[in-house]
Design a binder for this molecule. Structure first.
Ligand SMILES: Nc1nc2c(ncn2[C@@H]2O[C@H](COP(=O)(O)OP(=O)(O)OP(=O)(O)O)[C@@H](O)[C@H]2O)c(=O)[nH]1
Ligand SMILES: [Mg+2]
Length: 405
């Protein structure tokens, strides 16, 4: 999908990305409850549910009960069609919820009725409003049964049609990280922690003034060219070996299939969160290890945030697009410029932030800046040149082959 840039004459809008984080269904709202417990400086967070009692008990800022007629405020009992009808009953309330934001980070535990059925409806509304929509979802543990798993897979397919990208975390993949005697509440609490860490890592980079910022357009470019699917991974470390520990957790752990996802991804966003003791050497080590683990020419955008109370701690969050493919126009421009990386857009901090057009608007394409020859933010790795050709650039780009999307 092409991207349009806000008319600078319109002015008046903050150049930072306005983020809404919304959980749909009981499991997603629990993830958010977990995230909020230790998230003083945060985006607007909303809970959407058919279960009025669960909503009333949650400490989330904004609450929207959907489907009072079809589900009587009592949940759907695992019926995804009822979840969809419930959302359709309250389209105006959902539209009002998302109005005025740039990015919707939508959470759902797939497999039940509300999250599976209502999340695609909310996603579609947000995209119609011109928002970038990134959905973080889980699929059920194997022990939850085949019916839930099937419903989750159907929901995942439906959601992919309505969002810019789905970030799917199969609960079963996390199973390998848990001791065999882990109880069910402990297992869900672990999933909650992983999901909330992923969302916080991304939001921290987008919304704060950081040491090394991630721009909204970096995220936009990743998700819009991701083939509707990203993977996410999380690793953390403490003490003098914190960077090495976090790297090991990420690159050797099950969330990114022991590094397979990194090795296959064409583009990724790497978010580093640390304390005031976060060092340049640690950042360089992290970036180098990812370059070594990634496929040649992979586009790695890295951002780093320093939080005052994080001394001795380091967390790494990765969003990786295995099916990343630049748009036809971007690929042609890249082939012409001889660069794999997008240049800086004119819309960094001082200028207007890129906005998306609502349904039906004409969308001029994302312009590549004059600095499109840059190879990204980290320049300390020499290109692989053979017979005058830069082998880090995929063959189709070196040869100027057009890809039709
Ligand atoms: N991380 C996490 N996942 C959960 C939790 N509870 C349930 N899930 C997962 O989310 C899936 C959907 O369950 P819920 O979110 O409770 O279902 P719902 O969307 O509210 O739908 P209904 O209750 O059927 O209307 C489950 O199959 C679990 O895999 C939780 O507390 N934390
Ligand atoms: Mg429920």
């Amino acid at each position: 999908m092409a991207v349009n840039l806000e008319d600078p004459k319109e002015g008046g809008r903050d150049s930072r990305c306005r983020v809404l984080v919304a959980g749909v269904g009981g499991g997603a709202c629990n993830v958010l409850g977990h995230a909020l417990a230790d998230w003083p400086d945060r985006p607007t967070v909303a809970a959407v549910n058919t279960d009025a009692r669960a909503l009333a008990e949650s400490g989330i800022d904004l609450k929207v009960t959907i489907g009072r007629t079809v589900s009587k405020g009592m949940g759907t009992g695992g019926d995804a069609e009822l979840g969809r009808l419930a959302a359709n009953e309250d389209l105006d309330a959902l539209r009002a919820l998302v109005a005025g934001y740039d990015l919707l980070i939508l959470l759902a535990g797939l497999g039940g009725g509300t999250g599976t059925g209502a999340a695609p409806v909310l996603a579609r509304i947000a995209r119609d409003e011109g928002m970038l929509v990134l959905a973080y979802v889980t699929t059920p543990f194997a022990f939850e049964g085949a019916r839930r798993q099937e419903q989750a897979q159907e929901g995942l397919a439906a959601l992919k049609q309505c969002v810019d990208a789905v970030v799917c975390l199969p609960n079963q993949r996390l199973h390998a990280m848990l001791p065999p005697d882990t109880s069910l509440p402990e297992a869900f609490a672990f999933v909650d922690r992983m999901m909330s860490a992923g969302i916080r890592g991304l939001w921290t980079l987008l919304a704060r003034d950081n040491m090394l910022n991630l721009d909204f357009s970096d995220l936009q470019s990743l998700v819009e060219n991701s083939g509707n699917e990203c993977c996410f991974g999380y690793g953390e470390g403490k003490g003098p070996e914190k960077a090495a520990q976090a790297l090991q957790g990420l690159l050797e752990g099950p969330m990114l299939e022991k590094g397979r996802v990194i090795a296959n991804s064409g583009a990724m966003i790497l978010s580093v969160t640390g304390g005031p003791d976060l060092s340049l050497v640690e950042l360089e080590t992290i970036h180098r290890r990812f370059q070594e683990a990634a496929r040649p020419g992979a586009r790695i955008s890295m951002g780093a945030a320093v939080l005052d109370n994080w001394s001795g701690r380091l967390a790494l969050t990765v969003l990786a697009a295995e099916h990343w493919m630049p748009s036809a126009r971007a690929a042609a421009e890249l082939a012409k410029s001889g660069s794999l990386f997008f240049g800086e857009e004119p819309s960094k901090k001082d200028g207007p932030r890129p906005a998306r057009a609502g349904k039906g608007d004409r969308q001029p394409e994302l312009p590549l800046g004059a600095s499109a020859n840059e190879r990204g933010r980290f320049e300390n790795v020499a290109p692989t040149i053979h017979d005058g050709a830069d082998l880090d650039i995929p063959t189709f780009m070196r040869r100027g082959i057009r890809i039709l999307t």
